[in-house]
Design a protein around this ligand. Structure first.
Ligand code: AMP
Ligand code: MG
Length: 342
């Protein structure tokens, strides 16, 4: 099966082609980071205009891989509405031109299955049985827009365990960086400065006083506020930045860890995975690898190119979970299939 996919939920335009015989054969991503950095965050109108400019160019560049395709898949939500519309319009045109069915794919499903892209590419022929051996799976999709802990059960259903009540973890890192005067997106700079800082220097809240059984969801807005208060009360210079960053990063990752550990202790998982842009963070990845090791589960993290938003994960989700994508007969893909239940 060959699937062409488009992604445009936020500030990355993506076009990819996945072939179940070989794996991902094309994965083009145009990041708009430089454009939005000028404004300190994603500007929705500029983002949608940039998708409109870039998606046709990416389609043109990847069209040599389209021969023999069976399906066009597109991110149908959640995301910035005008950005989603650009990808959906592009996919509708493409499906019409190639006379192919069109399917809407939930963006979170893309992230949820992305750690398994590598499992597929190692042994495409036996992917089905290798995938089954890695279930049940405990996953954290953690990005600039989402922070969701979920399970993929033995019968391949996705069951959400915890979601964020306010900011996503990547957003908390980027907003914290902004308070520190670090340009957008500041999360990778926080990571870099943290390497020479002391994570125990400042005690930022990490939600350890909340009873996870009764209150499993994440919350990062209090952490951001506590950083603001800290900066107002404590005179600080450039030399203090590494300690502040390390302590702030520690609090974000600690909250992710406490919740993942809680669920990993409650049930035996065959694999534990991390996905989304924040899975680039080495403290986060090392922490989750340790949780997996301790629970005797295999640790899965996508290759770097599949961590942030990309279209390959959308094509892959359409392949792994076809029942959750909804091919449309009339050429409209403005569907947002639930990501929770396959
Ligand atoms: P996504 O929404 O999946 O495209 O991921 C983007 C988010 O990942 C943004 O909030 C980035 O700041 C964040 N991110 C990227 N690299 C890192 C990193 N090294 N550490 C923490 N967060 C990161
Ligand atoms: Mg994303």
């Amino acid at each position: 099966m060959k699937i062409i996919a488009l992604e445009s939920s936020c500030d990355e335009s993506g076009v990819a082609v996945f072939d179940s015989k070989y794996g991902v054969v094309e994965n083009l991503i145009h990041s708009q980071i430089d454009l939005h950095a000028l404004y300190g965050g994603v500007v929705p109108d500029l983002a949608s205009r940039e998708h409109l400019r870039k998606i046709p160019a990416l389609i043109e560049k990847s069209r040599e891989f389209f021969d023999g395709a069976d399906l066009v898949a597109v991110t149908s939500g959640p995301g910035l509405p005008n950005c989603l519309a650009m990808g959906i319009a592009g996919a509708e045109g493409l499906a019409l031109a190639l006379n192919l069915p069109l399917a809407g794919v939930n963006h979170l499903r893309g992230h949820a299955y992305s750690p398994f892209i590598g499992v597929h590419s190692k042994d495409p022929e036996n992917f089905g049985s290798n995938f089954e051996k890695l279930l049940p799976h405990l996953g954290l999709a953690v990005s600039g827009g989402n922070t969701v802990l979920f399970e993929i059960s033995r019968d391949k259903k996705i069951l959400p365990l915890a979601d964020t009540l306010d900011d996503a973890a990547g957003e908390a890192l980027d907003k914290g960086a902004k308070l520190l005067g670090i340009p957008y997106p500041g999360a990778p700079v926080i990571e870099r400065l943290s390497k020479i800082g002391n994570p125990k220097k400042i005690n930022f809240p990490c939600g350890k006083n909340r009873k996870i059984d009764e209150d499993p969801d994440f919350s990062f807005s209090g952490l951001k506020t506590s950083l603001r208060y800290y900066l107002e009360k404590n005179p600080h210079g450039e030399k203090d930045l590494p300690d502040i960053c390390a302590s702030y990063q520690f609090a974000v990752v600690e909250q992710l860890k406490l919740r993942a550990e809680h669920f990993a202790k409650k049930k035996k998982y065959s694999s534990i995975g991390l996905s989304g842009g924040v899975s680039n963070n080495s403290l986060c990845a090392e922490t989750f690898e340790k949780i997996a090791k301790k629970s005797g589960a295999e640790f899965l993290v996508p290759d770097k190119q599949y961590r942030g938003d990309n279209a390959a994960m959308i094509a892959f989700a359409a392949y792994v979970s076809p029942e959750s994508t909804r091919p449309s007969k009339d050429g409209t893909a403005t569907l947002d299939p639930s990501w929770e239940i396959a």
